[in-house]
Design a binder for this molecule. Structure first.
Ligand code: 6PG
Length: 252
């Protein structure tokens, strides 16, 4: 686990944007597309806007394919849609063909069928990694104050999923359902980059750091889901601001 603390969320965004450019350039040199999964929520907005405003012409978009780590159970034009947020901050502002953008179908009546369809898309479009699961070249993730990541919320059934790559997950604490990738897909990723800012995240960031020396099979049952979000052989980076890092024990 590489933990990098920054004075501001702007510097988190700049660092993540640089990673994105490196991942795409590598894919271009290897004559393939970089498979990049976007995080939802509010933290990544700054990153997506920065890519659209500063890297629009620096990126060879022919070598980019965009996916999502999770989606709310809402139509794509709903204010809560992660796809809508990404579309408004990034996807509508760069020359990326729609065939290279793969939203999850959060508006589907049958979310389980939508999860199965997304799994098919991942298996068709992504190279495989650990355990023959779809392996993103770059997976951006956030973390909630409760330690959830993607839509892998504490105490929910998706935490125990070991076979499917994508599931519909009941989230009783939000009285809603979500579509989410599962831990095996996170484990297969080549580069996982957490983007976490704000004081509210500090207790769970400190817990994740404390548990980082514990092997995944020995994590306590009540470990924050984000503590389990580890690539088996890929890079794991936590980009945090000083507020989110403020509970980490010195020397941790
Ligand atoms: C979502 C995200 C979720 C998010 C965290 C952090 O659909 O909300 O996928 O996992 O990353 O909740 O959200 P903020 O960035 O808004 O704090």
């Amino acid at each position: 686990m590489i933990l990098r603390s920054f004075p501001s969320s702007e510097l988190i965004a700049r660092t993540a944007a640089q990673t994105f450019q490196e991942v795409v350039d590598t894919a271009r040199r290897e004559h393939r597309r970089a498979t990049v999964a976007l995080a939802g929520g509010s933290t990544p907005r700054l990153l997506y806007r920065l890519i659209a405003e500063e890297l629009r012409t620096a990126i060879d978009w022919r070598h980019v394919e965009i996916f999502f780590g999770d989606e709310r159970a809402v139509p794509r034009d709903h204010a809560d849609s992660n796809f809508r947020m990404a579309r408004e901050t990034l996807l509508d502002r760069v020359p990326l063909p729609s065939m290279q953008i793969h939203p999850m179908d959060g508006g589907a009546d049958d979310l389980s069928a939508a999860a199965e369809e997304y799994e098919r898309i991942l298996r068709e479009r992504c190279r495989t990694g650990t355990g023959a699961f779809p392996a993103f070249d770059l997976l951006w993730l956030g973390m909630g104050d409760d330690g959830h990541t993607a839509s892998l919320f504490p105490g929910t059934r998706a935490l125990d999923e070991t076979r499917a790559s994508v599931v519909a997950n009941d989230v009783p604490q939000l009285d809603t359902r979500r579509l989410t990738i599962t831990f095996p897909v996170i484990a297969a990723a080549r580069h996982v980059q957490f983007l976490v800012s704000g004081r509210g995240k500090a207790p769970k960031v400190a817990k994740v750091v404390e548990l980082s020396a514990t092997t995944i099979d020995r994590l306590p049952a009540d470990a924050p889901p984000a503590a389990r979000a580890r690539p088996t052989s890929g890079i794991l980076e936590w980009l945090v601001d000083e507020d989110a890092a403020s509970d980490i024990e010195r020397g941790a």
